[in-house]
Design a protein around this ligand. Sequence first.
Ligand code: RAM
Length: 360
Amino acid sequence: MRKYFFVFFTLAVITLLSAGCLRRGSSASPQGKTDGPDEFEVVVKADKLKIYFIPKNMGNAYFDALSSGFYSAMTQLGEDNFQYYYTGPDTAEAASQIPFLEEAIQDKADAVFIAANSSSALNETFDKARKQGIRIYIINQDIPDNEARRDAAIMPVDFNTIGDSLISDLGRQMNYEGKFAILSATEDAPDQNTWIDLVKQELYGDPQYSGMELVEVVYGDDQHEKSTEEAKALLQRQPDLKGLLVPTAVGLPAAAAIIREKGLSGKIKITGLGLPSEMAEFILDGTCESFQLWNPPYEGQIGVYLVWAEKRLGFNPVPGARFSAGRLGDYEILPNGQILTLKSPMVYNLSNIREYAILF
Ligand code: RAM
């Protein structure tokens, strides 16, 4: 009897392995790390994980780059394990994302990643989604004073580093004197307003910037056309402007193009946050000496691995817990529920623009 059982058992294992229902591998601890000896575990192909990514606005190359990270991680983990929807509003008003959140709720998504256009306008819809067991992750920012309404926030960098990073780059280029302005995105944008506040804290708190004067903050709504118009109007209103700080990947190339068009390359120092692929021409022609960013695709990758760890590896995203994001390594849930993709922004200039312009 034993002989037959062994034969049967072996045939059964081979059959199950070939059908993908059995997996040879190490047992994964809740943190998603592998440990223990090889052992068979039955992996029943569960339903696909349904993930929504709702950007501030569609047609924004910055969020296209971030979305590419979701695809990379899903490819690494097996595309047939996921259903992915990259969908959102054409314009980034505070409440413009609500219909897309409702769609994800109706569709019984497992997780929604959203770059929120408002810190508070989405709270009721977040509550509704979470009551149905849908994970709400803010991505590329947080929702200040409303963190209890989300499950975690995937940050591109520690936002506390951005104020100093931006104003020090502009100050150096302006020799710490003269008038400058800020061209931001939408007036309600939580990330933009956090950065503007941090820039002002440095500007008014550090005597090295006492020779610089912030004359205006204008808003391009993360729309190329409006950013272009606002930049043109600003230069007309402020003929002795010496600097322009543009913390938006939509506004920065738009404003750089206007500075170049007006023959003011090098005369008005421009820096901010932008995509290397869209800023390369302005670095190469001297219109922009340097700008900063981080790595948007990494954020999308981390997002997929976070959902995978929670839904397939029993990971519980409590402060202090760590999970694997594949090739990117392990990430920790910080006490404030944030996950830092990188510590601080990277500076892009002539020395590295060609290397990064082909990446995003
Ligand atoms: C724009 C958006 C986004 C910001 C980037 C740098 O695409 O405002 O939120 O992270 O710029």
